[in-house]
Ligand binder design. Structure first.
Ligand SMILES: NC(=O)c1ccc[n+]([C@@H]2O[C@H](COP(=O)([O-])OP(=O)(O)OC[C@H]3O[C@@H](n4cnc5c(N)ncnc54)[C@H](O)[C@@H]3O)[C@@H](O)[C@H]2O)c1
Length: 389
């Protein structure tokens, strides 16, 4: 039986497009009861949101998110606007009893994240944070291999998230598209924007991080602000590196920057365990590299003259999500990770408990690690993540 689910999408930018594409595609590929209906989208400027609504097939549009939330014909509010707008929208949507899908990072800081999480849980509404990388089939497969104990006792987790688009001194801060450089809007720099993804993936695969020590750097100290036209101090971290100790005793290194010339979205991780290792690179997303040292069941060593890293082309129908897409050997891309995530959310509505992950509580957990990292960088010492809960 088909159940319509009326969507109210906030933002028409990068994420406005990826999410809307997912709403349009999900029922074409996944067999689901819930059928998203593109009821309304919202942004402040009519001249921007009207053509977006027409292009993507929304039935209507609003220029004030409060009006969108007040509408009785909207079931779900999807937040694809900059980080400083998430708070008020989440609180109002939860109070109105709407389901909430929120872009990452969940909040500007942990205090806000806690408030939001409490509001959502009090309202008892379905929710999810769009940490879409969990739905890259190769990363979901990595999780499956960890759960199947193919990595064994973990020793090391190593993550990088590198880009290069803010190196120029003349890149302004603030305003459309460049709000990520303005700390008042973004909350932090690469820590909240990029490392939040790395931390979410790391904790999903390797369990909670216990403590961290970090160093951040702001290479360009002043930039022209696009809205005021004045040169203003830059408050974000351009780069951040941190060491981590996981609850399971393994050690982690994390590095993120927007100053790695030539790196565009170099989001990688490697996990080294007693019986195997895993490696993934988002710039080569259809592959998962696996090194098998011992059989996961017998523990027997399999090392011989053929031992070596195995490159798994994650496109077979037995791989996560891939039976819903094309024939083996044909790849899917970035946009499909949002459709995969949405399908899991809609499935969880159908099936009730347990709630889909990552939910707001999981987003709060990532925020705790981000806050611990930034506090450590300020204080120059190891800090416990639990102190930020
Ligand atoms: N999951 C991911 O991989 C991923 C990738 C990129 C961005 N994000 C997150 O998504 C969010 C949006 O990022 P983006 O890259 O799409 O930004 P963007 O600048 O491309 O788009 C932001 C949109 O928000 C709208 N907006 C701004 N203020 C608003 C307000 N008060 N009311 C209504 N609309 C408003 C803008 O008009 C624009 O349409 C951020 O929280 C960001 O961290 C997540």
């Amino acid at each position: 039986m088909s159940k319509p689910l009326n969507i109210g999408m906030i933002g028409y930018g990068f994420m406005g497009r990826t999410h809307t594409n997912a709403y349009r595609q999900v029922n074409k590929f996944f067999d689901l009861e819930y059928q998203p209906v593109l009821k309304a989208c919202c942004a402040r400027k009519e001249e921007k949101i009207k053509p977006f609504a027409e292009n993507w097939g929304y039935e209507s549009y609003e220029t004030d998110w409060r009006k969108l939330i007040a509408r009785h014909d909207i079931d779900l509010i999807d937040i694809g606007s900059p980080n400083n707008t998430h708070k008020e929208i989440v609180l109002a949507a939860a109070a109105a009893g709407k389901m909430v899908l929120c872009e990452k990072p969940l909040a500007m800081d942990v205090a806000e994240a806690k408030e939001r999480c409490a509001a959502i849980e009090k309202a008892g509404v379905a929710n999810m944070v769009w940490f879409n990388y969990r739905r890259v089939p190769a990363i979901t497969l990595a999780k499956q291999l960890v759960d199947e104990k193919r990595v064994g006792k973990p020793f090391h987790y190593r993550a990088t998230y590198l880009q290069d688009w803010t190196i120029g001194q003349d890149v302004p801060q603030g305003g459309a598209a460049l709000w990520r450089l303005d700390a008042k809007v973004a909350g932090s720099g690469v820590t909240g924007d990029l490392l939040a993804h790395s931390i979410d993936t790391a904790e999903w695969l390797n369990g909670p991080i216990r403590s961290v020590v970090a160093k951040t750097e702001t290479f360009v100290k002043q930039r022209m602000h696009a809205e005021t036209g004045k040169v203003e101090p830059v408050g974000i971290d351009d780069a951040c590196m941190f060491l981590a100790v996981f609850e399971n005793g393994s050690m982690g290194t994390f590095e993120s920057t927007r100053y790695a010339r030539g790196r565009k979205n170099f989001n990688t991780f490697e996990l080294n365990g007693e019986t195997g290792s895993l490696f993934f690179d988002l710039e080569d997303p259809q592959y998962l590299d696996y090194f098998k040292y011992a059989d996961p069941k017998s523990g027997e060593k399999v090392e011989d003259h053929l031992t070596g890293w195995q490159r798994i082309h994650v496109t077979n129908s037995e791989h996560p999500y891939m039976d819903k897409w094309w024939v083996p050997g044909c790849t899917i891309g970035y946009e499909h990770t949002f459709t995969n995530a949405l399908s899991d959310f809609l499935k969880s509505l159908e099936e009730g408990q347990p709630p889909v992950q990552p939910d707001f509580r999981s987003g709060l957990r990532t925020q705790m690690v981000c806050d611990a990292v930034l506090a450590s960088a300020k204080e120059g010492k190891w800090v416990d993540v639990a102190d930020f809960g």
